[in-house]
Every structure is written in structure tokens, then in C-alpha cells.
Design a protein around this ligand. Structure first.
Ligand SMILES: Nc1ncnc2c1ncn2[C@@H]1O[C@H](COP(=O)(O)OP(=O)(O)OP(=O)(O)O)[C@@H](O)[C@H]1O
Ligand SMILES: [Mg+2]
Length: 244
């Protein structure tokens, strides 16, 4: 599989008043085309911060980030929005839907931000809404959808923009089991059948079998990594019992 994203000694230190908080403490990690990767770890371990660095929303304090072999960290602030627009889609827990816009218009707005408008945008939006099973609800407002349906609109938006890298922060956090799995299965299909790279930060142990690979974060570092789900479950049991 081709390398899409690679970090070296990536570090993020927040200034919290007089105190420094090391949120990401020198992470070396690689992500490839066609894989879906789970980022697990306790609250405060640095998952959201790492995703924000990978997505070029935050500039790291030090270290490097290479996207398709090109160094991104040395680019100026002005160049980053263009990188994000072309390569990266985000899915957040809170859905980020505009309440006054229909399902279709929410997807179209996501496309407009990426510079895609007109007939092409409309066709794409309708196609992806069909892919996530929401064709019949394209004229609904978000308030008339269930949590799972709203999250699928957010996934449709990521799908429509056709970006190679999809970063999701707690995408199943507000969903019941069936809806959570449904959203994750769509994301897995995107990775496996469309060659996207999908990275998901989550606490949701019920979806751990979806991932090709799992990274476990503690105190800003990736402390464990496995592609074996049974090992992961054992690891988690050991971590939980050591905390008791
Ligand atoms: N803007 C900020 N300013 C100062 N400290 C921050 C900021 N954002 C996060 N932190 C701190 O950085 C550390 C990592 O936070 P982060 O949100 O990345 O963790 P997380 O693993 O996503 O947690 P959760 O599972 O609760 O979402 C925490 O100690 C947090 O308090
Ligand atoms: Mg978080």
C-alpha cells in the first residue's frame, strides 16, 4: 500500500497560562492508502490534537509531517488552507450541520468550500446521499433526522469532496450501536474500495473490529500498535486492570 501520511517526532505543546501542556510528545507514525486506522486512548491522551496536526488544522510545535511525500510543516500558514481543501476531509462528533439548510444543501455547502459548484456539485451530492442511504431525505432539515442520519450527512459531505484523507473525531460518539456500526462500515468501505485513508479517534470499543490497524495513545505518545484485534482486547484489559 502507498504511503500517504508520515510524521517524525511530531510534537505539540499548548501554553495553558504559565503551564506547558505536552499534548503530543514526539509521534512517529505512518498511514497508507486504503486503510482504516483506529486511534484509541484515554481522555486527554492527545487523540484530537494528533488528528488536528495530521489535518493541518494545528501547526506542530516541532517535528515533521509529510503528505504524499511532501513536507507540510515547513509551508507557511497561507498555504495550509489549500492543502486541507485538496487533500483532507473532517468528520466531527457534533455533525457540524447547518440547521437552516436541507440535507442536500449541507452537502453542497461542503462542496462549495472545496471549490466545487453548479451541476457537478449537485450530481455528486445526490450520488453520495444515495451511497449513505439518504436519497429520500435530501430535502429534510437536520432537526428532522435521527442522530445516525445526521452523522451520515457528515459522512456524505466527506465522501462528496473526494479527498484522499478522511479524519474523524469520535464519529460514533452520539450514536447507538446499530447507527454507529453503519457509519463505520461506510467509512471502511471508503478505505477498502475507494482507496481513501481513514483515521478515526474514538473511545468506542464496540467498533474496534472495523479497523485494519489500531494505535493506542497514552500521555501524548503512541505506546502500542496492533493489527490483531484479540491482542488489542487483551492490551485493553491489562491497561484497565493496571488502573484499578
Ligand atoms: N487548546 C488547548 N489549550 C491547552 N491545553 C489543551 C488544549 N487542547 C487540548 N489541551 C490539552 O492537551 C491534552 C490532550 O488533549 P486532547 O483533546 O488532544 O485529548 P483527547 O485524547 O482527544 O481527549 P478526549 O478523549 O477527551 O477527547 C490534554 O491534557 C488537554 O487538556
Ligand atoms: Mg478528543
Amino acid at each position: 500500500m502507498a504511503e500517504m501520511l508520515e510524521t517524525r517526532e511530531l510534537r505539540m505543546v499548548y501554553q495553558d497560562g504559565k503551564q506547558e501542556v505536552v499534548a503530543v510528545a514526539g509521534v512517529d507514525v505512518r498511514f497508507r492508502r486504503g486503510e482504516i486506522v483506529g486511534l484509541f486512548g484515554p481522555s486527554g491522551s492527545g487523540k484530537t490534537t494528533l488528528l488536528s496536526l495530521l489535518g493541518c488544522i494545528l501547526k506542530p510545535s516541532s517535528g515533521s509531517l509529510r503528505l504524499f511525500g511532501k513536507e507540510v510543516t515547513s509551508l507557511g500558514e497561507k498555504a495550509l488552507p489549500a492543502v486541507r481543501k485538496r487533500f483532507i476531509s473532517f468528520i466531527f462528533q457534533g455533525f457540524n450541520l447547518f440547521p437552516a439548510l436541507s440535507v442536500l444543501d449541507n452537502v453542497l455547502l461542503g462542496l462549495r468550500i472545496k471549490g466545487i459548484t453548479g451541476e457537478e456539485a449537485e450530481q455528486r451530492a445526490l450520488r453520495v446521499l444515495e451511497e449513505v442511504g439518504l436519497s429520500e431525505r435530501s430535502t429534510f432539515l437536520p432537526r428532522d433526522l435521527s442522530g445516525g442520519q445526521k452523522q451520515r450527512v457528515a459522512v456524505a459531505r466527506a465522501l462528496a469532496s473526494d479527498c484522499p484523507l478522511i479524519l474523524a473525531d469520535e464519529p460514533t460518539g452520539n450514536l447507538d450501536h446499530a447507527n454507529g456500526r453503519n457509519v463505520m462500515e461506510i467509512l471502511r468501505t471508503l478505505a477498502h474500495e475507494k482507496g481513501r485513508c481513514v483515521v478515526v479517534a474514538t473511545h468506542d470499543n464496540r467498533i474496534d473490529d472495523i479497523f485494519d490497524r489500531i494505535l493506542f495513545m497514552e500521555d501524548g505518545s503512541i505506546t502500542k500498535e496492533t493489527d490483531d484485534i484479540n491482542k488489542l482486547r487483551l492490551m485493553r484489559e491489562l491497561t484497565t486492570s493496571s488502573l484499578r
